[in-house]
Each structure stands twice: as structure tokens, then as C-alpha cells.
Ligand binder design. Structure first.
Ligand code: SAH
Ligand code: SF4
Length: 389
């Protein structure tokens, strides 16, 4: 904890200092209530010696009503509000820009603590509205077709920065008011970063999304997409029951090794086995894994690849989502032709698979899959600041 943090807490009550330590944000010396999962919010009020129902009240104010001012929480006594204000605050990432595409897609650039920027995208469709959120600033996994991977890794997002994207988006649609229709019906962790490499914060954030006092989104409609960090995947269903998507992109290890370097550590067979275990551990056995397959011209989009994929996934309960490659500056790959996409799709359909092709949305505002880069710009400034506190 920073010096500022220690001073803040000492001003409140020296006895609480140790117990509150794990909750305190090192930049501000306060507890950011935005990122506290339902369990952590309960623990926080228990440490304060307050009633358990306060946790539910505060979560509702923030996530159902969009409140970020503790003084607005009128069912909480003035004394407790004062106490809360001295220890805690409520902060989401700062919105730097918001752009709307001609097709209704909306993209935000949000600045997180330290100055880096992340991107969040909302994609409206006929019967749903999907928010695509980021879990890290950059990504360390260097998949060869992904612009986030090309930019390198800077840091994990805090739980408040992950759920804060949902909070900001919901507020921008003014849908955090009583009796307004819900605009965000689905959330996918398919923006920047590898969610399973930021395990604890991602678990806290998805559990808030699915909590009835917060966003109450069904577990079928919150999807975590992973390139296959297996030890983390094997721990996941002890802590949450989100839906799962895996970034497969190739029907064999030799090709997947080229596209997803993580495959050299965790090959396809192990990945599929791990997904099976995750799904079998869920109470609702009707759910299946979504297999994401980015189609890249001349690399993995031939009929022989589709045939091999059909055999590979034969006994694997899944639906397949084909994503035409989205080019970005300096990418060495090309988008497949419409014909190649249809051929690939048809072969899989004929083999009994449920297949969808992701339509490219929002590419006039650089919001399509794999085009999210944010801005990783603050390494030095962050270190300088650390040195000065
Ligand atoms: N790291 C996670 C989630 C973020 S990537 C993962 O890899 O699953 C989300 C999805 O976008 C993945 O399926 C990824 O393979 C895909 N993607 C990345 N770059 C892309 C590009 N340039 N064109 C199309 N899809 C891309
Ligand atoms: Fe990271 Fe996913 Fe991009 Fe791979 S595809 S570099 S895991 S964000």
C-alpha cells in the first residue's frame, strides 16, 4: 500500500487498517466500491462492523441505478455515508471518446489508472445487444493474427476496470434507470487481453455481471473467450459458471502452433478435454462450448481444414463461430473470400454442426474483432509516479 493509503486509513480507524488492506487501491488509498464482487462487498461491510444487507444496497445503487456518489444513497444513514466516504470511493474508467458506426455499433476508448487506454464495443442486433469488453491492457500471448497481441502486454485490468466498462456502457444508453428496457443483454470477454491470465479480477467482474442485485445477466449470456490457459480453465468452475468460448482457429497442432503460440504449451487435445471438464462441472448440462475459428485466407480456410475440423470436434459438444479475419495495419494475413467462407461453413453444417459466421460490425470505427488496440503508453509515467509517493 502507498503512503497516502496508510495515512488515509489511519485517519479513519487504525484498528481497521490491516483488515482493509486487501481492498485498498494503491493509487488513491481508498477502497473502490465499483470493483467489489458480492462476496467482497459483504466482507467489506463485515470488517466495518455494519449489517450484511448494506452490501446489497450499495451494489444496487451502483450497478442498477448507475450511482457513483455515496451521498446519493439515501437509504443509508448520513453517519454511515460519511464513514464510507472517508474510506471508499466509486470509480469507473474515464471515457475518452465514444464513436458510433453507421451500423449502430458503438465503441468507447476508456482511460484506466496510469493513463493507458482500453476499448469496449457495443454491438446491437435484432433481439440482443452485446457488449464486448477488455480484460487486460494489451496481451502477452502474441497470436499472429491479432493486433492486441502485436502490441504486447502492459497490465491486468482491475475488477473495477472490467465491470466499469459495463457500468459506463449501461450509463451511456441511459439504461440504468428503473423501468427502462435493458440495452445490454449479453457480455463477451472478447476485447483486449486474455481473461484467464487475469483470473481473480475477471471472476469478480463476471460474478457481478450475473448477480441479481447488479446487472442480473444470465450465465448463458456472459461469455468468457480464451485461447486456452488450461490450469486457469481447470479452476474456473469452482468459482463461476459463465459460458465458455475457445479460440481454436486450426484443426491440428502444427497449424495452431503457428497461429496461437500458447498451443505449444497446451495442445488441442488437452484444451478440448479441459473444456469438457468445465462443461461437465456445470449444473446445467445443456450448455455447449463455442468454438471460435478465425478464417484467414490461404492459411486455415481450405476445405481440407474444414474436413479435419469436422472430425476433430465429432464427440465435442459445441457450436462453431467462424470469424472472417479482420485486417489491421502491418498484418501479414488477408480476409478470406465470401466463397471460401460459405464453402467452409457448408461443409461443417453438412456434418451436423451448428455454425454461425460473425458479420463484421463497426469496421468504419475500427471496432471489429481483432482491431482493438487501445493505447499502451504509460510505463514510464507509472514508474515515475510510484517512485514519487
Ligand atoms: N484472448 C481471448 C479473448 C480476446 S480475442 C481469446 O483469444 O479468445 C477475441 C476473439 O477475437 C478471439 O477468438 C480472437 O481469436 C479473435 N481475433 C483476434 N484477432 C482477430 C482478427 N484480426 N480478426 C478476426 N478475429 C480476431
Ligand atoms: Fe491475446 Fe486473444 Fe489476441 Fe491471442 S487472440 S493475442 S490471446 S487477445
Amino acid at each position: 500500500m502507498s503512503k497516502t493509503g496508510e495515512q488515509m486509513v489511519e485517519l479513519i480507524d487504525p484498528k481497521l487498517q490491516n483488515q482493509l488492506k486487501p481492498f485498498i487501491c494503491e493509487e488513491t488509498g481508498k477502497v473502490n466500491l465499483m470493483g467489489l464482487s458480492p462476496d467482497k462487498m459483504l466482507a467489506f461491510f463485515e470488517i466495518l462492523g455494519e449489517k450484511r444487507f448494506r452490501a446489497e444496497q450499495v451494489i444496487k445503487w451502483m450497478h442498477q441505478l448507475g450511482v457513483d456518489d455515496i451521498d446519493t444513497m439515501t437509504n443509508i444513514s448520513k453517519v454511515l455515508r460519511q464513514r464510507l466516504k472517508s474510506i471508499a470511493d466509486i470509480r469507473a474508467p474515464e471515457i475518452v471518446s465514444q464513436k458510433d458506426s453507421v451500423d449502430g455499433t458503438r465503441k468507447w476508448v476508456m482511460r484506466v489508472t496510469g493513463g493507458s487506454c482500453i476499448e469496449t464495443v457495443f454491438i446491437p442486433e435484432d433481439s440482443r445487444g452485446t457488449l464486448c469488453i477488455s480484460s487486460q491492457v494489451g496481451c502477452s500471448l502474441e497470436c499472429s493474427f491479432c493486433s492486441t497481441g502485436k502490441q504486447g502486454f502492459q497490465r491486468d485490468l482491475l475488477a473495477s476496470e472490467i465491470i466499469g466498462q459495463v457500468w459506463n456502457a449501461a450509463k451511456s444508453f441511459d439504461s440504468l434507470k428503473p423501468a427502462t428496457p435493458r440495452v445490454i443483454t449479453n457480455v463477451v470477454l472478447m476485447g483486449m487481453g486474455e481473461p484467464l491470465l487475469n483470473f481473480d479480477n475477471v471472476v469478480d467482474a463476471v460474478n457481478l455481471m450475473m448477480n441479481d442485485c447488479a446487472y442480473g445477466i444470465s450465465k448463458r449470456r456472459v461469455t468468457l473467450s480464451t485461447s486456452g490457459v488450461l490450469p486457469a480453465l481447470d479452476r474456473l468452475n469452482q468459482l463461476t459458471d459463465v459460458s465458455l468460448a475457445i479460440s481454436l482457429h486450426a484443426p491440428n497442432d502444427a497449424l495452431r502452433n503457428q497461429l496461437v503460440p500458447l498451443n505449444r504449451k497446451y495442445p488441442i487435445k488437452d484444451l478440448l478435454d479441459s473444456c469438457r471438464r468445465y462443461m461437465e462441472g456445470l449444473p446445467d448440462r445443456s450448455r455447449v462450448t463455442t468454438v471460435e475459428y478465425t478464417l484467414i485466407a490461404g492459411v486455415n480456410d481450405q476445405l481440407e481444414h474444414a474436413r479435419e475440423l469436422a472430425v476433430l470436434l465429432k464427440e465435442f459438444p459445441c457450436k462453431i463461430n467462424l470469424i472472417p479475419f479482420n485486417p489491421f495495419p502491418d498484418s501479414r494475413y488477408k480476409k478470406p473470400s465470401g466463397n471460401a467462407i460459405q464453402r467452409f461453413r457448408q461443409l461443417l453444417s453438412e456434418n451436423g454442426y451448428t455454425v454461425t459466421v460473425r458479420t463484421t460490425r463497426g469496421d468504419d470505427i475500427d471496432a471489429a474483432c481483432g482491431q482493438l488496440v487501445g493505447r499502451v503508453n504509460d510505463r514510464t509515467r507509472r514508474q515515475e509516479r510510484r517512485g514519487s509517493v
